[in-house]
Ligand binder design. Structure first.
Ligand SMILES: Cc1cc2nc3c(=O)[nH]c(=O)nc-3n(C[C@H](O)[C@H](O)[C@H](O)COP(=O)(O)OP(=O)(O)OC[C@H]3O[C@@H](n4cnc5c(N)ncnc54)[C@H](O)[C@@H]3O)c2cc1C
Length: 327
């Protein structure tokens, strides 16, 4: 038998937990599903210094634990199960969310499943994640003042990160898989950005190379690179941090064919976080627009908007999509 709620939120990162605070505080019977301990990507980091309201750094897991307790205080029911399928009802009707263990029904479903970086395929990467290996320069760059860093990823985001890192670091070396004379040597397209990176006094390139291993037990203490033309291995023991930007993957596999997505699988919504299915919202890093600004505060803002919109929908059950802001 299905258990019935008014609002079901899938994903307990900053977006989902914020939606849960608002929905349950509005006295709606709210279920939040997460396949892991709620907290999302911030559970993978140490100090968070840019989330408003904390004048001293707070660790990612503590910030998320406190947000979870805040949602629970207003009555959110948190269940650790993975959503594996959904069945949409019509306007004003209940939708169904299916997990391996149970089925849940509600007229509102808020999708907050986030996105994850494509991980560096190098030896030691699992062990050193959050210990010198980072997938977020805005979050962690500050901790590497005066150090030598490696940026893996030569797209526009990798270059933007390299410029950001060069504000703190002594030197940033960008690993590029293609040779210098290859006309397709970078994925980056933004000419101004490329020009800035090429002429930056602290940035240099390691052409025709890839990272094969990270050195260090407790923290990154160097890297092993391989030249792609000769296979020659090159050790660098002066690298204190490795920043990776080789793409992101939204957690939308279970929604394929059920909702509109962009070519990378990010959910399309209007500016009120509405998908084309009445009562179904997409928030946080899983949403195409917000993923561009993948930050906790942006995800939280999306969650707040969706919950306020859901409150209106639960009252009047209408769904006037704003085509001009649908993206
Ligand atoms: C290492 C690191 C450090 C960062 N540091 C900062 C920082 O200092 N400041 C900052 O503002 N931002 C930081 N960010 C970015 C920030 O964490 C993200 O922008 C934010 O977490 C996005 O929130 P979200 O709720 O959209 O998604 P996520 O945080 O990705 O949460 C999604 C949740 O959904 C769950 N989920 C996924 N699929 C399912 C499913 N099918 N069923 C049930 N549950 C599911 C996941 O388990 C996860 O808990 C950092 C990111 C990383 C990786």
């Amino acid at each position: 038998m299905s258990e019935r709620y008014e609002v079901i939120i899938i994903g307990g990162g900053p977006a989902g937990l914020t939606a849960a605070i608002y929905a349950s505080r509005a006295n709606r019977k709210t279920l939040l599903l997460d396949k892991e301990i709620p907290g999302g990507q911030l559970n993978d980091t140490t100090d968070v210094e840019n989330y408003p309201g904390f004048d001293e750094p707070i660790t990612g897991p503590e910030l998320m634990e406190r947000t979870k307790r805040q949602a629970e205080r207003f009555g959110t029911h948190i269940v650790l199960e993975e959503a594996v399928d959904v069945e949409w009802g019509g306007q004003g009707e209940d939708h169904r969310v299916i997990t391996a263990e149970n089925r849940y029904e509600a007229p509102v479903v808020i999708l907050a499943t986030g996105a994850g970086p494509v991980e560096l395929p190098a030896q030691g990467a699992d062990r050193l994640k959050g210990r010198g290996l980072s997938y977020c320069a805005v979050c962690d760059g500050y901790f590497f003042r005066g150090k030598k860093l490696l940026e893996v990823g030569a797209g526009d985001s990798g270059f933007t990160e390299a410029l950001f890192l060069a504000k703190f670091a002594d030197e940033v070396r960008i690993v590029v898989r293609h040779p210098e004379d290859d006309p397709q040597r970078f994925k980056a397209k933004d000419k101004t950005l490329i020009d800035r990176v090429l002429h930056h006094p602290k940035i240099r390139f390691l052409w025709n190379t890839e990272v094969v291993a990270l050195k260090g037990e407790e923290k990154v203490e160097g890297v092993v690179l391989r030249r792609r033309d000769t296979g020659e291995l090159l050790e660098m023991d002066d690298i204190a941090g490795v920043f990776v930007n080789i793409g992101h993957k939204p957690a939308t596999e279970f929604l394929q064919g059920k909702l509109e997505m962009d070519e990378h699988g990010y959910l399309l919504t209007d500016r009120r976080m509405r998908t084309r299915v009445p009562g179904v919202y997409g928030v946080g890093d899983v949403r195409t627009f917000s993923g561009e600004y993948a930050q906790a505060v942006v995800a939280a803002s999306d969650g707040c908007i969706a919950a306020l919109e859901a409150e209106k929908y639960l009252r009047d059950r209408t769904w006037p999509l704003e085509e001009e802001t649908y993206s």
